[in-house]
Write a protein that binds this ligand. Structure first.
Ligand code: HEM
Length: 196
């Protein structure tokens, strides 16, 4: 049974991408296909990032090690969707005009924030193989705590974009808040135990 979980998670994580591809190929992306692709890939980036963050607490609360066995894969899927998100923006929105791309990253705060989150995710992706975990030792854990910064920046990026309806950003923001709160309580408990 266990050997089927990983391929099943992989296939499920590919579903949003395949559906978007089908919609693009069948001209079913609505009046502004570039914006629709941008919004969908951005949303899936954030969803995968939050799902990755939720796996450690889920393992601890349920005692099921299976949750963390798929953590790296889900994290890499978040990076995959973020890369597609970035490529959609660079290609379909800015037409690969390098000067405009750099200008937007520097001058538009919501792009600066999204790009910073993306760079953090690239750093985490590059250091995710087992060999890097061994090589970095204690620093690996410290570096990978930045995943929370990426998630917060992702929500800020979303809040900056949404103009009227903020309910979605509030939902994602609340999930990050609960996950951060859980880790903070854990940290306090650990400190208390160390003192006692
Ligand atoms: C690589 C740098 C990034 C760039 C240049 C970028 C740019 C954009 C753009 C242009 C949009 C569409 C805005 C519109 O509605 O017109 C968008 C939407 C979005 N982005 Fe990003 N983004 C980046 C990184 C990220 C990252 C890392 C995340 C998540 C952690 C993210 C999450 C989102 C979300 C959730 C939306 C959808 C907003 C909605 O529902 O309307 N983005 N982004």
């Amino acid at each position: 049974m266990r050997e089927f979980i990983k391929p099943a998670v992989f296939l499920l994580a590919m579903v949003p991408f395949v559906l978007l591809l089908v919609r693009a190929l069948t001209n079913d992306l609505g009046p502004d296909p570039a914006q629709e692709l941008s919004i969908e890939t951005g949303e899936w980036t954030l969803r995968f990032l939050l799902a990755t963050l939720a796996l450690t607490p889920l393992r601890q609360l349920t005692g099921q090690p299976e949750f963390v066995r798929n953590r790296r894969m889900l994290g890499l899927f978040a990076l995959f969707y973020a890369t597609v998100h970035l490529l959609v923006w660079m290609t379909f929105i800015l037409g690969f005009r390098w000067f405009a791309i750099v200008e937007e990253i520097v001058e538009r705060p919501y792009i600066t924030v999204g790009f910073t989150a993306f760079m953090i995710m690239v750093a985490l992706g590059l250091t995710s193989p087992k060999a890097m975990v061994r090589k970095l030792g204690k620093n690996w854990k410290r570096l990978h705590r930045l995943v929370y910064v990426a998630a917060v920046l992702g929500v800020v990026h979303l809040l900056w974009i949404l103009r009227t309806d903020v309910s979605e950003a509030v939902l994602y923001g609340s999930i990050v808040f609960v996950l951060l709160g859980y880790r903070f309580i854990q940290y306090l408990n650990k400190k208390r135990r160390a003192v006692a």
